[in-house]
Design a protein around this ligand. Structure first.
Ligand code: BGC
Length: 782
């Protein structure tokens, strides 16, 4: 496939720090709700309107989510087999707390009544605030200005707030404002597209109790099967010079109703503080009191305080993470948006992770995949290492479940991580593109290894990492075999690699290379522990009953790993049978038949040479020092024409390798497909949620692609070039105790040590040593 479909029409004006919508559009509403989502890694709120939505069916999804809060159901199979994943886990659409309704003379404000005289919605990525400004005219021509600011606190995971201002422009009279919580919420049903929603078609969050006391309201709910309890509460604070009365009006919802004698030109401000607490974090009996306490504190501090902390948090975030591009506003906006959404989506409490669609929609049911370790974690590792540690802590938390899964899969020892999950259990109902992706174990270890190399956090390795490492290494030892027909090489059969258009194969190239890395690392760390941290080693070996022979076997398996190579084509075959299949008939496949997964039975796809996403190329990137540049070129040339990029995880990897082998135009074009993936709805499904892996892929395209950053054997390397269309680009990287700023422009590459005493790194083949505060400008070597 060629990269001819560059990004589509821009829907939002180009602005470096803001996403702006100047006109409400029913047709793009569903998508806009995703784009204007707010989150803090725990609470996620789609960009739904406070007043509700009254447009045509199918043009909206009301959604609020809590990371890691899910319902589970037995998965129904037509035909059962041993070891299939038993239960689903679906991130729940929870209590809707955004509701604020406005009435003038009994006429309800919404985007479909009266006249909208002006409209603007802006997401400000420096401020962390979503603002909507409207001038609305009732059918009796009474006009009000409405300004609504919404925040989901980045500082306090339990807190969100709305500042709702109404000013009568041409009348004195009664205005009613109702602030409510609605517990009658349901999830979206998938209707055949596996990427959209779940099988939960009824309300699973049962209401246990409602509390209403003046400006305070709360709903306590409980999930049916998982029996998690949730409290959602609000505290309202009306600020106005006008007279008003407050009624708690009985209804299905919990609501505080304000009836105000409004005066022309006099502002009425309702400050609504919102909180969520669940039994996943605290004992049930504490939830309500914690919710009250959070709201009390928030009300006391005021809305402005949340805005300040939001600004401060983001100031620091952008200082660490920002990629600055001069010469293309659209890309700058896209990259910034991607980074912003990653921050909003990532769980930072060590108990949760980052879902494929973040906290912005129900696609992939809120599951965590390998997307985390291979795509998203690197972005945080080099900018906010504390967050990457939290993501790895999550894997430690679910290690016991991975051990159980290994037993179910007939391994007497070791751990097998689930392909997709929320709480640690395997949730993938389609095992050929699920459980069969054993590479998840090596992906986690790849991230762990990089984490330790880059941060030097040996403590984490000793306390948690080594246990994950050894337990997962055991799995490869048990899974593979020395096959006489393959020269007694160590082979790994019946697995699926990253490319989901090829399943259940022998010796998937990526898997074998990654397993080799994994086993070698496990052996090396075991050796390190024995030599330097003997007590820790003995303690751990005892805990997991690790035998010396096992450790030696890891080394033997790694040394003898079968690494596929085709002498004739001089490429790495994706697996043993890949090159023996016919190539997919691309010429006669019309564009409406993509993505293929929605139009062909899996078997039809599996029997051809056609890739959904980077597979061999992924190995070329992650283990780049194991391959020559010539090999990378030949593999790229072979796999590019047969890859559809039907997965949004693909283009960035092609871009990075294209950069490395000097295919600069292709590198740029592939990069373009990632940079505005959701803003331009590139895959036509952003309405169901953002694409977090691809968003992080944008960062990788710049840092690993254009700037050629790699860490090989613990050494930091750059090899930057400047894309033709840009004037310059700049980013910062944390490495060990240091932070370095890299700026590339037509004059060359400028490296500056921002933090830390001294840093040694490579610029191409040249060794460079920078001392604190020093900078150096070097020629571009490519
Ligand atoms: C991709 C997987 C990915 C999943 C979630 C699928 O379409 O093929 O590699 O993990 O989406 O993003």
């Amino acid at each position: 496939m060629t990269t001819d479909k560059l990004y589509k029409q821009r829907l939002y004006p180009l602005d470096e720090w803001r996403i702006i919508e100047e006109k409400f559009d029913v047709e793009s509403n569903y998508l806009d709700e995703t784009i204007f989502s707010l989150g803090n890694g725990y609470i996620g709120m789609r960009g739904n309107f406070e007043e509700g939505y009254y447009g045509p069916e199918g043009t909206s999804l009301e959604g609020t989510y809590l990371n890691g809060f899910y319902e589970s159901h037995p998965i129904k199979y037509g035909e059962e087999a041993y070891g299939y994943a038993k239960k689903s886990q679906t991130m729940l659409n929870v209590t809707n707390s955004k509701i604020i309704k406005l009435y003038i003379d009994g006429e309800e404000f919404n985007m479909f009544t009266g006249n909208i005289l002006s409209y603007n919605r802006t997401l400000d990525m420096k401020e962390g605030v979503l603002t909507r400004k409207i001038v609305w005219e009732t059918s009796a021509r009474k006009r009000v200005q409405i300004v609504i600011k919404r925040v989901v606190s980045l500082e306090n995971k339990h807190l969100a707030a709305i500042n709702y201002e109404v000013t009568p422009l041409n009348f004195n009279g009664e205005i009613t404002i109702i602030s409510a919580l609605d517990g009658e919420v349901k999830n979206q049903v998938s209707n055949g597209d596996p990427r959209v929603g779940s099988a939960l078609n009824e309300q699973v969050l049962k209401i246990l109790s409602k509390h209403q006391e003046k400006s305070f309201g709360a709903i306590t709910q409980k999930t049916t099967n998982t029996e998690f309890v949730l409290v959602c509460a609000m505290e309202n604070d009306l600020q106005t010079e006008s007279n008003y009365r407050l009624e708690d009006s009985p209804s299905q919802m919990v609501r505080a109703k304000y009836i105000i004698d409004a005066k022309e030109g006099e502002r009425i401000v309702l400050k609504k503080y919102i909180t969520y607490y669940t039994s996943k974090d605290y004992p049930t009996y504490e939830l309500l009191s914690r919710a009250k306490e959070t709201l009390l504190q928030a009300k006391k501090n005021g809305f402005e305080k949340i805005l300040i902390s939001q600004r401060e948090f983001l100031e620091d975030f952008w200082k660490q993470a920002c990629i600055e591009i001069k010469g293309d506003k659209a890309l700058q906006q896209g990259i910034r948006y991607n980074q912003y959404q990653l921050l909003q989506s990532v769980g930072r409490d060590g108990k949760t992770n980052i879902a494929a669609k973040g906290l912005t929609g129900e696609g992939y049911e809120g599951h965590y995949f390998w997307d985390t370790e291979i795509y998203i974690l690197p972005f945080f590792l080099y900018t906010y290492p504390e967050i990457s540690r939290k993501l790895l802590e999550y894997r430690y938390r679910i290690l016991d479940k991975a051990r159980q899964r290994a037993r179910e899969m007939a391994h007497e020892k070791g751990a097998l991580y689930p392909w997709r999950t929320i709480d640690g259990e395997e949730c993938s109902a389609y095992y050929p593109a699920g459980t069969a992706q054993y590479h998840i174990n090596a992906d986690i270890i790849y991230a762990l290894k990089k984490y330790v190399e880059v941060t030097g956090d040996v403590e984490f390795l000793l306390d948690f990492g080594a246990e994950i490492l050894f337990e997962t290494a055991r799995l490869w030892a048990d899974l593979g075999s020395y096959i006489p027909k393959k020269n007694n090489k160590f082979c790994i059969d019946c697995v699926t690699g990253p490319d989901e258009y090829t399943a259940i194969v022998n010796n998937n190239c990526y898997t074998n290379y990654m397993a080799k890395m994994h086993l070698e690392y496990a052996y090396d760390i075991a050796k390190l522990l024995k030599e330097k941290y003997k007590e820790k080693y003995i303690e751990l070996a005892k805990k997991i009953c690790l035998q010396e022979e096992e450790v030696n076997e890891w080394k033997r398996a790694a040394n003898n790993m079968y690494l596929p190579y085709d002498e004739e084509l001089k490429i790495h075959p994706q697996d043993d049978s890949f090159l023996e299949k016919p190539i997919w008939d691309f010429e006669n496949t019309p564009s409406e038949k993509y993505p293929l997964l929605l139009h062909y039975h899996p078997l039809v796809i599996y029997r051809h040479q056609v890739c959904k996403q980077a597979d061999v190329l992924m190995a070329l990137f992650l283990l780049g020092d194991k391959f020559t540049l010539e090999e990378k070129k030949r593999d790229f040339d072979y796999y590019e024409p047969i890859t559809t990029h039907d997965s949004s995880l693909s283009s960035c990897i092609f871009s990075i390798i294209a950069s490395e082998i000097g295919y600069y135009e292709k590198a740029y074009n592939y990069f373009m497909q990632t940079a505005r993936i959701d803003l331009d709805n590139y895959h036509n499904n952003s309405q169901h949620g953002i694409h977090t892996a691809c968003m992080a892929g944008t960062w990788m395209c710049v840092v690993n692609g254009f700037a050629g950053m790699r860490v090989y054997d613990g050494n930091l390397r750059f090899n930057p070039y400047l894309p033709e269309k840009w004037d310059s680009y700049k980013f910062r990287i944390r490495f060990k105790e240091c932070q370095i700023e890299v700026k590339v422009d037509s004059a060359g590459v400028n490296y500056k040590l921002i933090d830390g005493n001294s840093l040694e790194f490579y610029h191409g083949n040249q060794k460079v040593n920078l001392k604190k505060g020093q900078e150096i400008c070097l020629d571009i070597q490519k």
